[in-house]
Design a protein around this ligand. Structure first.
Ligand code: SF4
Length: 904
């Protein structure tokens, strides 16, 4: 939190500088104390880029040095309300990192050899546009792929890819949230929840993933408000997270058994009749459920309730407790809390069960069931579909949908996958299912982040599979090291984007902007491109893709250029001011009026405040009248985004696409089911997905403040397990997966349940060269070699002090870079959601002779076999209507109807 009073001239203490003084703000220099040294700043609002939740930041641009001095919270931002987590202010480290990439780099040696030369943006664009033009002219559209990790924007790239007419959008979502999204989408069409934490009386979290690592600040501040008003918090998580430790109830089940517990809670709610029957009767498609699942019963609501009771009769608290390895009392206590809260019950799940387990998507489906039963959908203190609380502005001059289908992204085996099957890309390429001519990775580091990273390394270094790899990144990464171009892209204060996320029952839009450009222009300076104002030649995607698109089609014959011509002068490329000016003026309700009241343009308003609240107190949107909407009690209503327009306990889609048994909220057996393991021997369940609230995947690697806080990477193990296996804290052990092993140190702690071990997914950064590549604040120097047909990665040196322009680099006192455990995980694509099931069955043994801390061995041949084994579980397209995929389920950059027709 940055709500720290600051001393200003005149002796006053203020929490935040008032916006009317942002153009010229004086503040004493805290470091100069006890001297009173005054500094003058231009405060420019922008949006944090260090996680998805897009909190507001205020950049202090020093009027004397022209440099950014620090970042604090933006009090005018409705989502974050002036507060940030540690990652927000640490943006300053990323700006001033002495090792950051400041100029475009082109590979001059072999891929991965570490030989680079600096090139101009002009040369970069010339090379890439030629290849792309050729691919489009030769109708090789599917050979262009844009693969994004953290987008940080909303709709801009959709528009760009549509303008190019390609089905080339790839995302990181199936290592992140495809599981939870599927669970929610099958109920209501909307794929994520928006909890009204601040007004809740009872909050249930299936792990605290989003609340401690991702939406940390906006969610946490509202949950705490609720708790201050007497709300109870329950956390279900095998691990004692920070949030679990602050909870009223912590239940620690075996991973993958959560759905059984949730169904036991549902059963109790039904038994106690703690059910909002009016809501269910109006909003659940119970007719379809009775017809499909109880054909012998009359089609009445009463039959539906009977059907529910019969379906879940076996889910007693005792059964669920036995299944989950917990006591029934915790389950009953949560059920009581939910029943008492009624409409004021809010909940959240994102990763955890959904991303850890085969069938994990049912976790979100069973959790949402509790909201449907209690009617806490869209209520004050309840939980809404996230689309009600997120604002998507229209983008200027949107191109029509394309008509392509890219089998490398949407293979026929996964017709219900919520997002692209990105984890399979190396395997699909190896099987010859296609090739890529131009591959953009953007703020994405699959070699380090994804499971099976060495398969990525093999694909990305094979020029027959990937012709040209362009890594667009604000920081070095393991993946960028193997690219052909490394293009430095701006961080939070160096780029334009719009963002909006569901953080409370209201909608807002945030504007990220290059603060040095904005501050410079306020002083009368002119910049043709953002890289003229940013450090070095750091650019931004918005202008990069404007210019690239123009160059792909300089004479307009491909039909691309027209989407990027300035509305003022079609002979030049559109400017960011024109683009975002149009958006703010024409598609954000209330913004032009608010701007006019201050004698500003809509763009001027967003440049001044960095955010705008469109509405608040958004509840019960499904009840709003809507012509052509779903009919309820004779009236047309907005309803939900399913085919029926109602909430679907029974999903005809799942049924019709071959998943009859999973068509209702149910409990599916995980691939790491504890009863199938040799827990009396050396096997345990590895939970590798928990976050540290202070780190952010790849991008925090060059944030020294954050690594000073978080720099240990132990394997959490319960003392009972440690005793059984003879492990002491600090001892090195070997952890073997199905494709290899890694060596780590043990931490005995009661914070993890017996049978389960855990290691954060944030650590384990590595670099192959001591002089360049990944930041030395966070990475180990390693050797990478071939061994026994596989890959061996061995640490040569941990983190240590180094010389640089920043004196702090010689004060580094931490050593542990951690272990890149993800390299040793095979892909586990869930056959329904497409989500990678992260949890691993591992064998724990003492380190062997010659093992060293951080050793990693992987057999990528074996990982390809496991990919094929999981492929066997799928139910490939075509589905009903000879479709590749149900039309109603969202997918990024949806093509035309014709593209959905299955062609083998
Ligand atoms: S919660 Fe996310 S967006 Fe907000 S300050 Fe932290 S990292 Fe930045």
């Amino acid at each position: 939190m940055t709500d720290i009073p600051r001393l200003v001239p005149g002796g006053e203490l203020v929490s935040y500088p008032p916006p009317e003084m942002w153009d010229d703000w004086e503040e004493y220099d805290a470091k100069a104390w006890p001297e009173k040294v005054k500094n003058r700043y231009h405060l420019v609002p922008t949006t944090c880029f260090n996680c998805e939740s897009a909190c507001g930041l205020l950049a202090y641009v020093d009027k004397d040095t022209g440099d950014v001095a620090k970042f604090v919270g933006n009090p005018a931002h409705p989502g974050s309300r002036g507060r940030n987590c540690a990652k927000g202010p640490a943006t300053i480290n990323q700006v001033h990192d002495p090792e950051r990439i400041l100029y475009p780099l082109k590979r001059v040696g072999e891929r991965g050899s570490g030989q680079w030369m600096e090139v101009s943006w002009d040369e970069v664009l010339d090379d890439i546009d030629g290849r792309m033009r050729m691919a489009i002219v030769e109708d090789r559209h599917n050979e262009i792929m844009y693969h994004v990790g953290r987008p940080g924007e909303d709709g801009f790239m959709d528009r760009t890819l549509k303008a190019w007419g390609i089905d080339g959008h790839n995302s990181h979502t199936n290592i992140c949230s495809s599981g939870a999204r599927t669970g929610y989408a099958m109920w209501m069409g909307h794929d994520r929840p928006s909890a009204d934490f601040a007004n809740a009386r009872f909050i249930l979290l299936l792990s605290s993933h989003l609340e401690t690592g991702h939406y940390f600040n906006p969610h946490a501040q509202r949950s705490m408000e609720a708790m201050q008003s007497g709300a109870k918090l329950a956390t279900i998580d095998p691990r004692l997270s920070n949030t679990a430790s602050m909870s009223d109830i912590w239940v620690s089940p075996y991973p993958g058994t959560e759905a059984a517990m949730l169904l036991a809670i549902a059963r109790l709610l039904l038994e106690w009749d703690a059910v909002d029957h009016e809501f269910m009767k109006r909003w659940v498609d119970w007719e379809a459920a009775v017809i499909a699942k109880a054909p012998d019963k009359p089609v009445t609501y009463e039959s539906f309730v009977e059907l529910l009771k019969e379906t879940y009769a076996d889910y007693t608290p005792e059964f669920a407790a036995e299944e989950a390895g917990v006591k029934p009392e915790g389950i009953i206590e949560i059920a009581r809390g939910i029943a008492a809260a009624g409409h004021r019950f809010s909940s959240h799940t994102w990763r955890s069960v959904g991303s850890g387990n085969l069938g994990g998507w049912q976790g979100a489906r069973c959790l949402w069931f509790l909201h449907v039963l209690t009617g806490s959908v869209g209520t004050v203190g309840g939980t809404s579909p996230n689309t009600w609380d997120k604002f998507k502005p229209k983008h200027w001059k949107m191109p029509p949908p394309h008509n392509k289908w890219n089998e490398l992204l949407w293979p026929k085996e996964y017709p219900l996958a919520h997002h692209e099957m990105s984890i399979l890309l190396p395997h699909l390429l190896k099987e010859g299912r296609g090739k890529i001519d131009v591959y953009f990775s953007r703020v994405y580091n699959p070699i380090w982040t994804n499971p099976d990273g060495f398969s990525w390394l093999e694909a990305l270094t094979d020029e027959d599979m990937v012709g040209l790899h362009v890594a667009m990144t604000p920081t070095w990464s393991e993946t960028a090291w193997f690219a052909d171009y490394v293009l430095p892209m701006g961080i939070a204060s160096e780029r334009h984007d719009t963002q909006s996320y569901a953080t409370y029952a209201g909608r807002w839009l945030g504007f990220r902007q290059p603060v040095l450009r904005v501050a410079g222009e306020a002083q009368g300076k002119e910049f043709e491109r953002t890289y003229d104002a940013n450090p070095g030649q750091v650019w931004e995607e918005t202008e990069f893709f404007f210019d690239l698109s123009w160059r792909i089609d300089p004479d307009g014959t491909l039909g691309i250029r027209k989407w990027f011509e300035s509305p003022e002068d079609p002979e030049r490329v559109v400017s960011v001011d024109e683009y975002y000016g149009w958006m703010f003026e024409n598609s954000v309700p209330g913004l032009p009026q608010a701007a006019a009241a201050e004698d500003l343009t809509a763009l001027g308003y967003m440049r001044k405040y960095g955010a705008f609240e469109i509405d608040n107190n958004v509840y019960s949107v499904h009840e709003r009248p809507s012509q052509g909407g779903v009919r309820v009690d004779g009236l047309e209503k907005t309803g939900f985004a399913t085919e029926s327009g109602k909430l679907e306990w029974y999903s005809p889609t799942l049924n019709d696409w071959g998943w009859e048994d999973a068509s209702i909220p149910t409990y599916l057996k995980t691939h790491v089911y504890w009863r199938d393991m040799d827990l009396a021997g050396s096997e345990r369940i590895l939970l590798p997905i928990f976050r540290l609230p202070t780190l952010i995947h790849t991008r925090s690697g060059n944030a020294k403040y954050l690594y000073e806080i978080s720099h240990g990477h132990p394997l959490w193990i319960n003392p009972g397990d440690a005793d059984a296996l003879g492990f002491e804290t600090g001892e090195m052990i070997r952890i073997s997966t199905d494709i290899g092993y890694f060596v780590m140190r043990v931490w005995r702690t009661e914070g993890i349940r017996p049978g389960v071990v855990a290691a954060s997914h944030h650590m384990g950064r590595w670099r192959l060269d001591d002089e360049q590549g990944n930041a030395r604040w966070s990475s180990a120097l390693v050797d990478l070699s071939r061994k026994d047909g596989g890959w061996m990665l061995r640490q040569k040196q941990g983190i240590g002090p180094f010389k640089s322009d920043d004196p702090d680099s010689e004060r580094i006192w931490w050593q542990d870079a951690g272990v890149n455990q993800n390299l040793t995980f095979p892909v586990h694509p869930d056959p329904v959601s497409g989500m990678h099931a992260w949890h691993q069955r591992v064998r724990l043994t003492k380190a062997q002779e010659g093992d060293r801390y951080g050793d990693i061995f992987v057999d990528t041949g074996r990982s390809h076999e496991i990919y094929k084994e999981w492929l066997e579980m799928t139910k490939p397209a075509p589905g009903p209507g000879n479709l590749r995929r149900p039309m109603w389920i969202n997918r990024p950059i949806k093509p035309t109807r014709d593209a959905y027709n299955f062609r083998d």
